[in-house]
Design a binder for this molecule. Structure first.
Ligand code: SF4
Length: 191
């Protein structure tokens, strides 16, 4: 995972990511989460499919867990991804997914404000892989936000979570990233 983290962080610092609004938006969002002390309880799932006003429907008006599944698909918890009918919304129940706040690890992770959980319907090894990828995806954003705020590149996080996630870049990677030019893609940060 560290090669991806190092490359992405290096590209953010060099300005190569400046044309990607999503990158600047995520860094700004993370900085704002610190600036405003945004409570984790206010965070929804990253994909937004946990919102009560967001549903996925197919052309036959079946309601699904999300747009990436079919009515015949079975969620890892054994429930059908078909969770009701658009004509009977009162009985639609999202019983195929687990919100990040109910996962064992998510509430303890420092990337939570960036990650907002990985795919909410995955479980077991698929969830583990998805979570690992989401964590790594968040690390360059986290590091850019912390460096923007403090002038220092975070290389390790101490806390009550998995040991293998505490080393963010590996020693060689940090040296490489730190040698590149710094040009954060952040337009406005109100302090
Ligand atoms: S993250 Fe998972 S639940 Fe959300 S839209 Fe993607 S596949 Fe569906």
């Amino acid at each position: 995972m560290t090669p991806y983290r190092n490359q992405a962080f290096g590209e953010i610092r060099s300005g190569m990511a400046n044309n990607f609004d999503a990158v600047g938006g995520r860094i700004t969002g993370f900085i704002d989460s610190i600036r405003t002390a945004r409570p984790a309880a206010s965070l929804g799932q990253k994909c937004g499919m946990d919102k009560s006003d967001a549903i996925a429907v197919d052309l036959n008006c079946n309601v699904l867990t999300c747009q990436n599944v079919s009515i015949k698909g079975i969620a890892p918890n054994g429930e059908l991804h078909k969770i009701g009918y658009a004509s009977d919304l009162a009985n639609v129940k999202l019983n195929t997914a687990t919100h990040w706040s109910k996962q064992d690890d998510c509430p303890n992770y420092p990337m939570l404000q960036i990650c907002q959980g990985s795919c909410m319907f995955l479980k077991g090894p698929l969830w583990d892989t998805s979570c690992d990828n989401a964590y790594s995806d968040a690390v360059p954003i986290f590091a850019a936000g912390i460096e923007f705020l403090t002038g220092y590149v975070p290389v390790r996080i101490e806390g009550d979570f998995r040991e293998d996630r505490k080393d963010l870049f590996g020693a060689a990677g940090v040296r490489q990233a730190a040698s590149t030019r710094k040009a954060f893609p952040i337009k406005v940060v109100a302090v």
